[in-house]
Design a protein around this ligand. Structure first.
Ligand code: S3P
Length: 210
């Protein structure tokens, strides 16, 4: 994805409507590595004037280690337990926009917590996009395999049926970030407030409360 200098279409009251009905619920981005959860989440948070947290960053801060170090020193099950605890803590202090690591939603306890405390958005990316993006960084221990592409495809087939349980799905693709952010906000608005953006006049013959 790239940030082109195209002004994003804004709905002045869309963000306010969402914020007004959210209460203490958070917005949680789920999906594969490289789907853009942190990049998009940070921008959604700015638009909604909410704090943003990245679960991976919070885990690293709590453990005082990088994710590769945690995997290497303690193993994946230890990382997953820490991840579940960190996400639970963050969701107890909502509203916030939270980007989760790609495996977090696979744990049932975490899925249930997200269902109870948040609106979830699956940023759905295909394997070509994922591969192109994850090649830029070597900090994903799960991809330290002889055939990272096969690993991504295996993870996708295991995880997509679970990611599908998210409240909303947005296609992550190579378009300006603001376009994906707008799609997230429109989907959130439709989910939380009904389909019509609040600044759009009601259809002919209907009054504003119908
Ligand atoms: C993981 C994804 C990573 C990180 C860890 C495991 C996964 O986060 O939590 O390397 O299981 O898919 P991102 O999705 O932010 O890359």
């Amino acid at each position: 994805m790239s940030d082109a200098a195209v002004p994003a279409p804004t709905h002045p009251t869309l963000e306010a409507d969402i914020a007004a009905v959210l209460g203490t619920r958070s917005i949680v981005l789920v999906g594969m590595m490289g789907a853009g959860k942190s990049t998009i989440g940070r921008r959604v948070a700015a638009r909604l004037k909410l704090p943003f947290a990245d679960a991976d960053t919070e885990i690293e801060a709590a453990a005082r280690m990088t994710i590769p170090e945690i995997f290497e020193t303690h193993g994946e099950p230890y990382f997953r337990d820490g991840e579940a605890r960190v996400i639970a803590r963050i969701l107890d202090n909502g509203p916030i926009v939270l980007a989760t690591g790609g495996g977090a939603f696979m744990r049932e306890e975490t899925r249930n917590r997200i269902r109870d405390r948040a609106i979830s958005i699956w940023l759905k990316a295909d394997s070509d996009i994922i591969m192109r993006r994850v090649r830029r960084r070597a900090d994903r221990p799960l991809l330290h395999t002889p055939d990272p592409e096969a690993t991504v495809n295996r993870l996708l087939s295991e995880r997509e049926p679970v990611y599908r349980n998210a409240d909303l799905t947005i296609a992550s693709r190579d378009v300006p970030h603001d376009r994906i952010v707008d799609e997230c906000l429109e989907a959130l608005h439709a989910h939380l407030c009904g389909a019509r953006p609040a600044n759009e006049p009601p259809p002919d013959g209907l009054n504003a409360t119908s």
